[in-house]
Design a protein around this ligand. Structure first.
Ligand SMILES: Cc1ncc(C[n+]2csc(CCOP(=O)(O)OP(=O)(O)O)c2C)c(N)n1
Length: 660
């Protein structure tokens, strides 16, 4: 048997529908519909090496329509990735199977990103394409020059994030981005014309994309379109007219093939119709060999690339390895210590957003891989420094992205940049607009990516802009997300320490919440140790057994210290604990936690944010001062008085609790 194109595509289709059938759960329609497009891509164009899935100059392949996960698993298995065996495919959707319900990012697996929430993969792909352009400019096209391919569905393009991300991709003219639109005109509720009547050609052309339309079941048409897109000067959308559930006599073209096993009887009918006479999960040797040959081509590709890489100077190679392996420069620690000393001597009373800005400015001179940005709030977030240079379509030599008012795309793009490797993304907006980018931030945490979110204007302390702009529930929400470090530094030194932790943490994203208002310099002793890495520490203390323990974060630490001094005057022994990160405090040993928050001391927390979550630190005998309603529009001083976020209120509460 000499396998032909149809045999290759059928291998994808049957692995997919048999796995879904065995799991009795999953989405067969997309893999059946997109088998032809993806086979053309993998067979003729995709530059990848299954023997080294992390080869840095590989083309990226993103399945944005993550529900069609079996398409990806089938392709990875067939082309010879070690990460996915036939046993794994048989275990589709079973506990701990790499073939999870939706693709989950894993280093060295070939799964480039976690997808499932529609639209996210598209934004990740834009981030990968941006990172590629930046790296290409930095290290030259002989080292980095690859494409980013995406399979996206109707649902992907209905999502708001796709509008943001595609618009920015067009603006930046990301020519190495090639998106296949699985244009099957079917979604879960039925035909897409129930909900959408966009003119995709006009939509994409208005973004500045190249638009082509093909029959997604015609090998030659697909191939011709990809070939054309390889030389494009713009991002590329290839709209592939496909039939969902292709090959299913009773379910093709219908939403019934979208998200449920076809059923034993229908699967047999598909076998007959597509003339596939093999048992479930059986791929004839000749067909598997043909697929493996496609994968094997990658070994040579990487070998050629290695030759080029090896000819580079030691300096270039070292730097390339450093950034792609996410290592900080050798002098990084020294730089942090020097900055710390300087701040300790000058004791600036900066707003923490300003401290952050001056820290970024300092470290970026030594960290060329640091790529900043803001969703149109650069001046407010202090993300843009005198060394920031805007990235433009005509020049990717810069280190700063003007994301425009596109918070959601910004976060999704930062995920894509972090996944690409070689760059460290940070991006800013107001903390309240977490709501506009949270789905992507959640994925930063789920994937374990080094993405740094700079969220300024972190409380009612922002003042007059009022309750629409004043975050209340946001910190509590962020703190409930697993694998996310949420920092709220109290002064310049703490801000520096939080930045240091964020940059050293390769597998946990960070949120650094920063004040709009000026903050007193509260650090009393200069330590080499990063105190914020403890999550919480004693910042002010009289003698060993305080009756009252005040716990505060960020801008409220100074108020707690003021209260501490007032309590001292009336002979109440207290201490102040600064808690810049609850997550890191949770990781400390029990005895440290008990020392910081002693059992027999009455605890009062103070934070200009929802009190939710503080119960676990103040306990049943303690109390929390914070926000129990939305804020108000007024000058900051009036707001803090109005909401009882004052040292006087702390003092009266402490007295009351002590029965004095
Ligand atoms: C953000 C988000 N909302 C909802 C869903 C649930 N969902 C999964 S697929 C889908 C739409 C299916 O239509 P389409 O994207 O055209 O995929 P196809 O039916 O062609 O496979 C929906 C609503 C999701 N995965 N992500």
């Amino acid at each position: 048997m000499n396998p032909v194109f149809k045999d290759l595509t059928n291998a994808v289709r049957f692995l997919s529908i048999d796995a879904v059938q065995k799991a009795n759960s999953g989405h067969p329609g997309l893999p059946m519909g997109m088998a032809d497009v993806s086979t053309v891509l993998f067979k003729y164009y995709l530059r990848f090496n299954p023997k080294n899935p992390s080869w840095i100059n590989r083309d990226r392949f993103v399945l944005s329509a993550g529900h069609g996960s079996m398409l990806l698993y089938s392709l990875l298995y067939l082309t010879g990735y070690k990460s996915i065996s036939i046993k794994d495919i048989k275990n589709f959707r079973k506990l701990n199977s790499i073939c999870a319900g939706h693709p989950e990012y894993g280093k060295n697996t070939g799964i480039e990103t976690t997808t499932g929430p529609l639209g996210q993969g598209l934004s990740n792909a834009v981030g990968m394409a941006v990172a590629e352009e930046i790296m290409k400019k930095r290290f030259g096209a002989s080292l980095i020059n690859h494409k980013t391919y995406v399979v996206a569905s109707d649902g992907d393009f209905m999502e708001g994030i796709s509008h943001e991300a595609m618009s920015l991709a067009g603006h930046l003219k990301l020519k190495n981005l090639i998106v296949f639109f699985d244009n099957n005109k079917i979604s879960i509720d039925g035909p897409t014309n129930l909900a959408v009547s966009d003119n995709y050609k006009k939509r994409f052309e208005s973004y500045g994309w190249s638009f082509q339309e093909v029959n997604g079941h015609n090998e030659k048409e697909i191939s011709k379109a990809i070939k054309k897109s390889l030389n494009s000067k713009k991002p590329n959308l290839i709209s592939c007219k496909t039939i969902i559930g292709y090959g299913s006599p009773n379910k093709a073209g219908r939403s019934s093939s979208h998200g449920a096993a076809l059923g034993e009887v229908e699967v047999e009918l598909v076998r007959k119709k597509l003339k596939w006479s093999y048992e479930p999960f059986q791929i004839p040797k000749e067909i598997l060999n043909e697929w493996r040959k496609i994968g094997d081509k990658g070994v040579l590709l990487e070998k050629k690339w290695n030759k080029i890489y090896n000819k580079k100077s030691k300096k270039i190679k070292d730097e390339f390895l450093r950034v792609t392996n996410d290592k900080l420069p050798k002098n990084f620690n020294k730089l942090i210590q020097e900055e710390k000393k300087k701040f300790f001597i000058s004791k600036p009373d900066f707003a923490s957003r300003k401290s952050s800005g001056s820290i970024i400015e300092k470290i970026m001179t030594n960290l060329p891989e640091l790529i900043g940005g803001s969703a149109d709030l650069s001046g407010s977030n202090n993300t843009n420094t005198k060394y920031s240079k805007a990235i433009k379509s005509s020049n990717f030599k810069g280190n700063y992205i003007h994301y425009g008012v596109r918070e959601h795309a910004m976060a999704g793009i930062m995920n894509g940049m972090a996944l690409h490797k070689g760059v460290i993304p940070y991006g800013g907006t107001f903390l309240v607009f977490l709501d506009y980018c949270k789905p992507s931030l959640r994925l930063s945490a789920l994937m374990g990516l080094k993405v740094i979110y700079i969220f300024s204007h972190d409380s009612i302390g922002l003042g007059e802009d009022g309750p629409t702009h004043q975050p209340i529930e946001h910190l509590a929400h962020l703190r409930s997300i697993p694998n996310l470090n949420v920092f709220r530094p109290a002064d310049t030194i703490e801000t520096l320490e939080c930045w240091e932790i964020a940059l050293k943490n390769s597998h946990t994203p960070s949120v650094i919440a920063l004040s709009r208002q000026k903050l007193q310099f509260v650090t009393e002793t200069l330590t080499q140790k990063n105190m914020c890495s403890l999550g919480a520490y004693e910042i002010k203390k009289n003698n060993p057994n305080p009756e009252i323990t005040l716990i505060a974060s960020g801008s409220e630490v100074q108020i707690a210290i003021e209260a501490f001094n007032k309590l001292k005057e009336i002979n109440i022994n207290s201490k102040v604990v600064s808690m810049p990160s609850q997550e890191l405090f949770e990781k400390q040993p029990k005895d440290y936690k008990e020392k910081i928050l002693p059992e027999d001391s009455i605890k009062i927390s103070i934070e200009a944010s929802s009190v939710s979550g503080w119960e676990k630190y103040v306990g049943k005998t303690g109390s929390s001062i914070g926000m129990k309603s939305f804020g108000k529009s007024a000058p900051i001083k009036d707001l803090y008085e109005h909401f009882n976020l004052t040292s006087n209120n702390i003092v009266s509460l402490a007295k009351k609790m002590l029965g004095k």
